[in-house]
Design a binder for this molecule. Structure first.
Ligand SMILES: [Zn+2]
Length: 401
């Protein structure tokens, strides 16, 4: 009982502190750091502990299909690795990152349905970090389903669209989309190879590609994200739409079970995948939102299929023409797969009326590719290939514009 009272009073102090901090923390810039993550327990009861150097408000909720627990914190700095790792006990894996400005998110993939039996903060003594503790208890799927938070409770989806950029007349607008970000690290196939996650490769490559394209003086390049932050797939295509983009290029890096497989591939959108491998890649890339704990209840498979019909045939033809220009240029610049042009139903390319391609720059599971994809020179080679291809594409298709 005494312990319970103490817990209550700690909790009360914490809540008071939070309200004070919420009003002041935005003024004192440095965000708290997550310095350690720990798991304890077994397949029936699992404790999950985050160590944090400051204070944060937190809230958690559950999502099904697949079963997940999502924990939102104030914006924090993550000092615990490249974006995700394996869990223990009732937790299969976890991933984390910036969800939107001001909010960081951690998503736990569950081995079994659970309920959060307890969550509390233990204040660190003598400058030790605070501990944010979550206790999970195994429950039935029916019990888990009852606790699924209603969409309204988490309706604040990402509204990350930017207001249209001021584009000088005469310049074509190209939107470059660095895949993944925030608590969606993308594939972690490179972690064992050289410690990098896909989201970090895509952002640095995209920034270097942007520089090359803009240096030509012919293009205005807008990045869908310019830092390590989460963006859902729909928000990415909205950036292209709201900026009246002439081209949309989504940048990714692949992973494969066999470490010898390497090389880049260019993908365009089709209803039926060009081959099995393209289909399974699209399925993996399309999981981004699910992995990240975004509610897709209002975007059922049917809606997505209708969207694909809405993309004008003309847009798809132009996408294929651009991909056709890019394939030979990319082949001159870097190593590409034997079949370097493929197609599948990529969600990020659906529903935008802008010619678009998705580039998998190489395989993070291959040592050579992983090393090269970390280098600025490789990004610049890809950038110059894209520049040549865009020049050709606009000259051939829009000669009189
Ligand atoms: Zn990807």
């Amino acid at each position: 009982m005494a312990a319970f009272k103490q817990y209550l009073s700690i909790r009360f102090i914490f809540i008071v502190m939070i309200s004070v901090i919420i009003t002041t923390s935005r003024i004192f810039a440095a965000s708290p750091e997550i310095t350690s993550v720990r798991f304890g327990g077994d397949d029936n009861q699992t404790r999950f502990v985050l160590e944090i150097t400051g204070d944060t408000a937190f809230r958690s909720f559950s999502l099904a299909n697949p079963n997940r627990i999502v924990i939102d914190l104030d914006e924090v700095t993550w000092k615990i690795g490249p974006g995700g790792a394996q869990g223990k006990g009732l937790i299969n894996n976890y991933r984390y990152g910036l969800y939107m400005p001001g909010t960081s998110r951690i998503v736990l993939d569950l081995k079994n349905p659970v309920k959060i039996s307890n969550s509390f903060v233990i204040k660190g003594k003598n400058n030790a970090p605070n501990r944010l503790v979550f206790d999970f208890e195994k429950v039935t799927q029916t019990a888990f389903a009852k606790n699924i938070s209603k969409p309204a409770a988490r309706a604040k989806a990402i509204r990350a669209t930017r207001s249209p950029a001021n584009v000088p007349s005469g310049k074509k607008v190209i939107v470059i989309d660095p895949g993944h970000g925030g608590h969606d690290p993308g594939n972690l196939g490179g972690i064992k190879v050289n410690g990098i996650s896909e989201k970090n490769v895509t952002i640095s490559a995209s920034k270097n590609i942007k520089k090359i394209l803009e240096a030509s003086g012919r293009y205005e390049v807008i990045l869908t994200r310019d830092r390590d932050i989460f963006l859902n797939l729909r928000a990415r295509s909205r950036v292209a739409h709201s900026n009246n983009a002439d081209l949309f290029i989504s940048i990714h890096a692949d992973a494969f079970s066999s470490p010898s497989v390497r090389g880049a591939t260019i993908y365009t959108l089709t209803e039926t995948a060009s081959d099995k491998e393209a289909a399974s890649l699209a399925a993996r890339e399309n999981k981004s939102d699910i992995i990240a704990g975004v509610d897709l209840q209002d975007e059922t498979g049917m809606v997505q299929n209708i969207l694909i019909d809405l993309v004008k045939q003309e847009t798809m033809n132009l996408s294929n023409r651009f991909a056709g220009e890019l394939a030979p240029e990319l082949k001159k610049a870097i190593t590409v797969r034997k079949r370097s042009l493929r197609s599948a139903g990529f969600a990020v390319l659906k529903g935008i009326d802008v010619p678009s391609v998705l580039i998998e720059m190489g395989y993070l599971t291959n040592k050579t590719d992983a090393t090269l994809l970390m280098q600025k020179e490789t990004h610049e080679k890809i950038g110059r290939a894209i520049l040549k291809a865009t020049d050709n594409y606009f000259q051939k298709n829009f000669a009189f514009n």
